[in-house]
Ligand binder design. Structure first.
Ligand code: KG4
Ligand code: ZN
Length: 363
């Protein structure tokens, strides 16, 4: 049997450089046979704060400034290992921002003679719990809650994703951000609103729990946002009132998400829940899901906060798991603003298995 690897790059133990630039975070990370080797991130939050939201053109320009120094940093931190591949976020996201990561990856791949693979940002989020010490086994249900997405997904294996439910209007993170804006909090609104909510009474206002009573696993958050807006308009504002509104809003979101997650677990018979995306950093959501999991007898996995929000560790990991998809040769600097999760497939070729010391176990 000829077990010689076809491509020279497959002969070395894998070390994948991950690059993330889909929105307002520039990030780089290295993932190898021993796990995550290094990761670094630069958040553009201060750059966009004055505008109340991400300004795409400013985001692209800043990625150009920050990506290469971040890449140098993670390579130096990991002891400058030889790269075997570069994985970058190909989409979905802001097209200009994505193109910076795509171009940097294509250029670096060409100069180092290593292959480049464009990966899906949401797949990165879905796989992010695998970065932790006690990763869940497939299959699991993932609640993906970010600034742009609210999805319940059955993750049946690598590249095998079945969408169970989605938001019909605002994403959860968007609802947090818009509500924060209504209350006059700064950008980004989610963490600021969560901090204010900590001082309030979550039972002060009885906001709607959208779609909770309806069957199915879809979400809707625009009605809740409107209810908050009307309450704010008709209230005698004070710091205490604002804190109560924030806490009551957060409670309505948390109740809705917890109810739908529990329903998804029941409907699929899958006993593991994973929470991913920026809103997964929300402490009230984490606590409520942990309580419900203990009550209903399922397990819940959260990536650490830094891996809930955008990061390159999840992109490097996705590239590592998809190393069967790398092809030799020069890659085009390709990016896509829209990319349905359902279009993903399992990796083309089974990757070579390496033990943690980087020795090839099988071909
Ligand atoms: O996944 P992410 O970093 O970026 C993408 O949208 O891809 O998610 C960002 C979203 C923002 O809407 C932000 O306000 C929200 O996550 N977020 C939070 C918290 N931390 C971040 N929302 C509620 N509570 C938090 N602690
Ligand atoms: Zn994201």
């Amino acid at each position: 049997m000829d077990d010689t690897p076809k491509h020279a790059f497959l002969q070395r133990p894998p070390v994948i450089l991950g690059i993330e630039s889909s929105c307002d975070e520039s990030a780089a990370a290295l993932y190898g046979a021993s796990g995550l080797m290094a990761h670094a991130l630069y958040s553009q939050v201060d750059l966009h704060a004055g505008y109340g939201g991400v300004v795409p053109e400013l985001a692209s320009r800043d990625h150009i400034r920050k990506l290469l120094p971040l890449i140098e940093r993670v390579r130096a931190e990991a002891g400058d290992p030889a790269l075997t591949g570069i994985a970058y976020t190909r989409g979905p996201g802001l097209i200009g921002a994505l193109l910076v990561g795509a171009s940097v990856s294509a250029g670096l791949g060409m100069s180092l003679g290593v292959p480049v693979l464009g990966v899906h940002h949401m797949e990165g989020h879905l796989l992010s719990p695998l970065l932790e010490a006690d990763p869940p086994a497939f299959p699991y249900v993932a609640l993906l809650v970010s600034g742009g997405h609210t999805l319940l997904v059955a993750v049946e294996g690598l590249g095998r994703y079945r969408t169970l439910g989605r938001s019909l209007d605002d994403a959860v993170g968007e609802a947090f951000d818009k509500t924060a804006k209504i209350l006059g909090l700064g950008y980004p609104g989610g963490p600021a609103l969560a901090a204010l909510a900590a001082d309030g009474d979550p039972r002060a206002y009885d906001f709607p729990r959208p779609m909770r009573a309806r069957p199915g696993l879809d979400f809707s958050f625009s009605g809740l946002k409107t209810a908050v807006m009307l309450t704010v308009k008709h209230s005698e504002r004070s710091p205490a009132v604002d804190a109560d509104i924030a806490a009551s809003f957060q409670q309505a979101v948390v109740d809705t998400l917890v109810a739908k997650c529990a329903r998804a677990i029941r409907a699929t018979g899958i006993e593991r829940l994973v929470v991913a995306g920026g809103v997964g950093a929300n402490a009230a959501l984490r606590a409520a899901l942990a309580r419900r999991a203990a009550r209903d007898g399922f397990t819940v996995h959260f990536p650490r906060q830094a891996f809930c929000t955008d990061n390159a560790a999840m992109i490097a990991l996705t590239g590592y798991l998809r190393r069967g998809d790398f092809r030799p040769g020069i890659a085009p600097a390709e990016a896509v603003a829209r990319w349905p999760l359902e279009d993903l497939r399992p990796p083309e070729a089974a990757p070579i298995a390496y033990d943690r010391a980087g020795t090839a176990e099988s071909f």
